[in-house]
Design a protein around this ligand. Structure first.
Ligand SMILES: Nc1ncnc2c1ncn2[C@@H]1O[C@H](COP(=O)(O)OP(=O)(O)O)[C@@H](O)[C@H]1O
Ligand SMILES: [Mg+2]
Length: 308
């Protein structure tokens, strides 16, 4: 039996979230937030953290800087039970990345200093470690600039070792959706975009069109639709599941938490409907606390919400 259920190679950093800022960010003024949270961020790390919180065995590879933000991210990830022994701490000019999220009444700003996120590279990977697993997940395709050119090769290798592979690109900050994505998708078993990302990845404005064309490339296309829940397409089969109604604090990391909930069931051989329900439940749980992992860290809250 492999050592891990899921291995992940990706970015590791914190999110700094400020709530209650004025609608207008006037230059040169001191503007006050009324609450703040410094929490584990980054899609790859949120998926890993929440999979471990759900009870999966997770191995994680990354690169961080030799700095306080890097150390705090690593501690947070480790607390959930993820194996972080292969995370490399590199002293140098590039420090650990950081995302700052500014909440206003109607909208938010998301500002990212990529730092080490863009510098996780092939040489940081231990292929033997990554392949000692049933499944491999990759997130933040467009932020991981150093690794991106070799992602297709990485997927091909891991599949040859018997792993299944999932991908959540998340957004492309350049909004170009290039970089060989379609070639990469040919080696993916489960693609997990949100609605907007599905359309962008397919180059279509119509979601149904997008799902149709993506499902020609990937065996299972799962589209996350916020409060509308999620759908999955496998060949000509369609699965649909509504979201769980909650009082949401913020949607940060909901998509990554959905990935964790979905994959936790998928690797146990569950049918796609069960995977969707589990994804929606995990996504909804994530919105009940700030950031993407706070609701999963609180074991009592998590168990009560999930009913187990
Ligand atoms: N307000 C909400 N209420 C309940 N569930 C939600 C809410 N927002 C998100 N979710 C759940 O989280 C999943 C992912 O959220 P979504 O916003 O679609 O993805 P992303 O964070 O990648 O943009 C949704 O499919 C849904 O299951
Ligand atoms: Mg997402």
């Amino acid at each position: 039996m492999p050592r891990f259920d899921v291995t992940i190679a990706g970015e590791l950093n914190l999110d700094l979230i400020l709530y209650g800022l004025p609608e207008q960010l006037e230059p040169e003024r001191e503007l006050l937030a009324d609450r703040m949270t410094l929490t584990l961020g980054s899609s790859s790390a949120i998926v890993a953290h929440n999979l471990a919180a759900l009870g999966s065995r997770v191995g994680f590879q990354s690169r961080i800087g030799n700095d306080p933000l890097g150390r705090t991210s690593l501690e947070r990830l480790q607390e959930s039970g993820v194996d972080v022994s292969k995370v490399r701490v590199i002293s140098g000019a590039t420090t650990t990345g950081l995302t700052v999220i500014l909440y206003h009444e109607q909208w938010r700003n998301i500002l990212t200093y990529a730092g080490t996120i863009a510098e996780v590279m092939w040489d940081d990977l231990d292929l033997h470690y990554l392949s000692d697993s049933r499944h491999f997940h990759f997130s933040s395709y467009y932020l991981q600039k150093s690794l991106r050119p070799r992602v297709a090769e990485l997927f091909q290798y891991l599949k040859s070792k018997g792993l299944s592979v999932s991908l959540d690109t998340n957004d492309d900050p350049d909004d170009r959706w290039e970089g060989g994505l379609h070639d990469v998708l040919r080696h993916v078993d489960i693609f997990l975009p949100n609605e907007r990302e599905a359309c962008k990845a397919a180059g279509s404005e119509d979601l149904e069109d997008a799902v149709r064309s993506l499902s020609q490339l990937v065996s299972v296309v799962v589209v996350k639709r916020g409060r509308k829940g999620a759908i999955a397409q496998r060949g000509s089969e369609r699965f649909t599941a509504p979201s769980r109604e909650v009082v949401a604090v913020d949607p940060v990391g909901a998509g990554d938490s959905f990935d964790a909930g979905f994959l936790h069931e998928y690797i146990r051989g569950a049918d796609l409907q069960t995977c969707l329900i589990s994804g929606n439940l995990a996504g909804a749980l994530s919105t009940t606390r700030p950031g993407g992992t706070e609701a999963f860290r609180d074991a009592e809250h998590r168990k009560k919400f999930l009913g187990r």
